[in-house]
Design a protein around this ligand. Structure first.
Ligand code: P6P
Length: 331
């Protein structure tokens, strides 16, 4: 960077200028999302404190009702995003059904799919958590969003990204022109460009998987992980194991340092296609990496239901291709 401070709002406008046909709604939608995650970040920072205070009763010392953080995040995003006429509907990990836009608000031409608080089980032990979002364009006629508007393959995403609430709060996003990272400066309350045009290393030396499931892995996954553990300095083996148990944290480390993250089909898929796998796959591919189910490109999976799960293997292209070779040899 040439030393000047670039806020995420400025950057989003610059990215919009790459789309001459853009109406500005997409830009405004991202701005609304930024506001929501700033408020979530504030609550996450206080989470431990609120929990202590919340133990006193249903209200904390500020008279605020003590809410579970993921419900707070859900409400912040839905309230911030439904009012300004950018969306025709939403879908969230926290709600079984599609979330319509209330009749009192104008409808827009975008769809927001999101996981408001990924890894919330890690809050109580002060481990990084996150928010994940995916944005599609409306494809059905009429003003109201429908299920078909949500069930689009990842290749159709207009934008995607995540926020990691960690040692610092970072927002990472793409609208199809590279991946850009912003760090929240809490002294001014702005996300400032800190990681322009992120590129994932072509090969890493870290693998990330829940080894507790090793006995249930399919033979291809088991042989691939065994291969990573063999000593061979010429190919940087053995790899190191790093597994946080929060998707956003494991993917962010993989994006920056390289390597491979795996949540395979066996014992059973856990990660959701629409608002976890697809947005992460768009980010990783835009950064020069690769994302697969083990058998097909994540972004080409045709969704059939809102909360469907898929195996997710993503990361450095050379590492993911090596995984695919092991798994496909075992077909
Ligand atoms: P496991 C968190 O609960 C989550 O949904 C993802 O953020 C994370 O990658 C995964 O589950 C961890 O699952 O089965 O390894 O605990």
């Amino acid at each position: 960077m040439d030393g000047k401070l670039v806020t995420i709002q400025t950057h989003i406008v610059q990215q919009q200028q790459l789309h001459p046909e853009a109406s500005g709604h997409f830009t405004a939608l991202l701005w609304d999302l930024v506001l929501a995650v700033k408020m979530i970040a504030r609550e996450v920072r206080r989470a431990g404190l609120i929990d202590i205070l919340g133990a006193i009763g249903r209200e904390n010392v500020h008279g605020d009702e003590v809410k579970k953080l993921d419900e707070y995040a859900q409400e912040r995003i839905t309230e911030s995003l439904c009012q300004n006429g950018h969306l025709c509907c939403m879908a969230s990990e926290e709600r079984a059904e599609l979330i319509p836009i209330p009749t009192r608000y104008r409808k827009g031409k975008y769809v927001l799919l999101f996981d408001p608080l990924d890894g919330s089980s890690n809050i109580d032990v002060n481990i990084s958590i996150g928010t994940i979002f995916s944005i599609h364009r409306k494809i059905t006629p009429g003003d109201d969003g429908r299920l078909e508007d949500c069930l689009q393959p990842g290749t159709k995403q207009a934008g995607a990204g995540y926020v990691i609430y960690g040692s610092s709060v970072m927002l990472v996003y793409t609208v199809g022109h590279g991946v850009h990272g912003f760090t929240l400066d809490p002294t001014v309350g702005e996300f400032l460009l800190s990681h322009p045009d992120i590129k994932i290393p072509p090969k890493g030396r870290i693998y990330s998987i829940n080894e507790g499931n090793a006995q249930a892995w399919d033979p291809g996954t088991a042989e691939y992980v065994h291969h990573l553990k063999q000593r061979d300095p010429a190919t940087n083996r053995p790899y190191s194991l790093r597994y946080v148990g929060t998707l956003v944290a494991d993917v962010h480390r993989t994006l920056i340092n390289g390597g491979i993250f795996m949540y395979p089909a066996s014992p059973k898929p856990k990660l959701r296609l629409l608002y976890e796998a697809n947005p992460m796959a768009m980010v990783v591919e835009q950064a020069g990496g690769r994302a697969t189910t083990g058998r097909e490109r994540i972004l080409e999976v045709q969704p059939t239901e809102l909360h469907q799960k898929v195996p997710l293997i993503l990361g450095s292209t050379e590492d993911v291709k090596a995984y695919e070779e092991f798994v496909q040899r075992k077909r």
